[in-house]
Design a protein around this ligand. Structure first.
Ligand SMILES: [Zn+2]
Length: 265
C-alpha cells in the first residue's frame, strides 16, 4: 500500500528553493503539481512544509495486487462516469423521476430511495468497458446485460431495466440491484452532522483501506448503511466479495477498480 500525495501550489523562486532542499525540483513560477509517496525519506519535512505553505494536497492510496487478492471484501470504485441521469435539466428532474423523496434532506442529500428505473439519454457508448457509473450517482453501478448474465446473476445479484427519456427500455445496459445493507465501523472516521436533519455523513476514506464492516454480508454484494461525502454529495459504499471481484478480473471487465476493505481489528 502506498499513500500518494498530489501536491499543487503557485510557485515562486522561494518555493522552488525550499522544495529543492527536500530534493523536489519544480519551476519558479506558475502552478506546479507533483506526486510524493509517504515512504519518501523527506516526507516528514515536506508534510510540515505543506501545512506551512497551505499547499493543496490530494491524497490517494495505491494497493498492490496481493493486497487486493487477499482482501475478503472490496469496495467497488468507479473507473469512469458516463452520462447524466435524465431528465437532467436540474438535479430536481431526475430526483423526482427516480426517487421517493420522503426521507430526502436538501441540506445533506441523504435519504433518497429509488422508486423507478433510471433514465439515460441513449444507449451508453461503452467502448471496451462494461461497467459504469453515471455522473452525480455515486452509489449505483450499471453494466451490460451480457456481464450481468455471465457474472452478476450467477452471484445472486439482480438487475433492473434502464429507460430512455421516452420510457423505452434500453437494450445494452441494466442497473445492478444491491439489496443487502451492511454497517461500517465508524470509529476514527471524520463525520459531519447535518444542521437540518441531524444525520451524520462520513468523509470518504482516501488514506488506506476501506473501513472494516460490522458484520459479514451474506450475499456477494452489499451497500453500506452509512453515507459518505461532504457538502451536497452523499453516497453509500458498494462492496463486493473476493469471489465476485475475481470473476470480474478473470473476465477482464473494465470500468471499475477495487479498494480492499480492512479486517475488523
Ligand atoms: Zn440533512
Amino acid at each position: 500500500m502506498q499513500i500518494i500525495h498530489r501536491i499543487s501550489i503557485d510557485s515562486t523562486p522561494e518555493i522552488r528553493r525550499e522544495l529543492a532542499t527536500m530534493g523536489i525540483v519544480v519551476g519558479a513560477s506558475g502552478l506546479v503539481t507533483f506526486e510524493i509517496d509517504e515512504a519518501y525519506e523527506a516526507w516528514p519535512a515536506l508534510q510540515s512544509w505543506i501545512t506551512r505553505r497551505d499547499a493543496f494536497d490530494l491524497i490517494s492510496t495505491k494497493f498492490s495486487k496481493k493486497e487486493i487478492t487477499e482482501a475478503r471484501w472490496l469496495a467497488l470504485e468507479p473507473g469512469w462516469q458516463h452520462g447524466y441521469p435524465q431528465p437532467e435539466d436540474t438535479h430536481i428532474g431526475y430526483r423526482t423521476a427516480t426517487y421517493d423523496l420522503t426521507d430526502f434532506c436538501e441540506g445533506c442529500s441523504l435519504g433518497l430511495k429509488q422508486k423507478a428505473p433510471f433514465q439515460m439519454k441513449a444507449e451508453p457508448r461503452w467502448g471496451r468497458r462494461s461497467i459504469l457509473q453515471l455522473h452525480w450517482i455515486h452509489d449505483e453501478f450499471f453494466v451490460t446485460p451480457e456481464i450481468w448474465s455471465a457474472i452478476f446473476r450467477p452471484h445472486g445479484i439482480g438487475c433492473r431495466p434502464v429507460l430512455n427519456t421516452k420510457g423505452a427500455e434500453l437494450k445494452t445496459v441494466v442497473q445492478l440491484v444491491v439489496q443487502e445493507e451492511v454497517g461500517v465501523k465508524t470509529e476514527g472516521l471524520e463525520a459531519e452532522r447535518c444542521t437540518r436533519c441531524g444525520r451524520p455523513k462520513f468523509l470518504p476514506v482516501v488514506r488506506g483501506p476501506f473501513p472494516p464492516l460490522v458484520t459479514e454480508p451474506s450475499s456477494h454484494m452489499a451497500k453500506t448503511r452509512e453515507y459518505f461525502g461532504s457538502g451536497g454529495s452523499a453516497f453509500r459504499g458498494i462492496l463486493v466479495s473476493q469471489d465476485l471481484a475475481r470473476a470480474l478480473e478473470a473476465a477482464k471487465v473494465r470500468g471499475a477498480s477495487f479498494t480492499p476493505v480492512a479486517e475488523p481489528g
